[in-house]
Design a protein around this ligand. Structure first.
Ligand code: DC
Length: 224
């Protein structure tokens, strides 16, 4: 049986994860947030005091690292060496470590293999940076979800403010962090953030979550 594989790529803060979850719910299929896997790898490096840019040591610890995804009542939980770290990977420090460790080709190859196995087993909406270009180049449905850096920084600022997690950071600090990650993710040599030639581009700068979700679902249904 042919699996439904929907690839959603794009830069940080463009609304991919929120859209992916809503679409998976609407279609009754699973959603895999691949960024969470890189975040778990980044967390492991931080915990062991290993510089995530130091490929040799990062690879040494990754050889002994188990990153797994499980679902409880349809909600994704990310497991690091058997520990549920879902609530521990959403800090800015872990995000940067994830971005750094994700530049190492062998780390990507290991996590991409797990993601491909997942897509063979389940109908899935997968969001990341290079799902349509590298992980699932044959996915039937590919989207590139983006937004202006100002809008992405505004959303992230409001989200952190709502959670009381700004830690004294200004809008400009958040914008600079997003720009650094964009640069990192799109200039790495191996499987960078890139829009697949056959992806549908959705610029969410002036769209709300419901509109983004509707645009993707309409495109999936139109294709059949
Ligand atoms: O989507 P996110 O913010 O949770 O991702 C964190 C970092 O992980 C991101 O800056 C780059 C990396 N990443 C990646 O390289 N490839 C993916 N498919 C997903 C995330």
């Amino acid at each position: 049986m042919k699996r439904i594989n929907i690839a959603i790529d794009g830069p940080s803060g463009a609304g991919k994860s929120t859209a992916a979850k809503a679409i998976a719910d609407e279609l009754g299929i699973i959603c895999l947030d691949t960024g969470a896997m890189y975040r778990a790898a980044g967390l492991k490096a931080l915990r062991l005091g290993v510089d995530p840019c130091d490929a040799e040591n990062a690879l040494r610890i990754m050889a002994d690292t188990d990153v797994d995804i499980i679902y409880c009542d349809g909600v994704q939980h990310i497991m690091l060496d058997g520990e549920d770290v879902t609530d521990k990977i959403r800090t800015q420090e872990v995000a940067q470590a994830a971005s750094d460790i994700s530049k190492i080709p062998e780390v990507r190859i290991k996590l991409a293999a797990a993601q491909r196995a997942f897509a063979q087993k389940y109908d899935v909406v997968m969001d990341g940076r290079e799902i349509g270009t590298f992980v699932l180049p044959n996915a039937e449905y590919k989207f590139f979800v983006t937004a202006s850096v100002e809008e992405r920084a505004r959303r992230r600022y409001l989200e952190l403010e709502r959670k009381g997690a700004l830690d004294g950071k200004s809008y400009d600090d958040i914008k600079a962090q997003i720009e650094t990650r964009d640069y990192n993710d799109s200039t790495r040599e191996f499987a960078p953030l890139r829009c697949a030639d056959d992806a549908v581009v959705i610029d969410t700068t002036n769209m709300d979550e419901a509109q983004v979700c509707a645009a993707i679902i309409d495109a999936v249904r139109a294709k059949g």
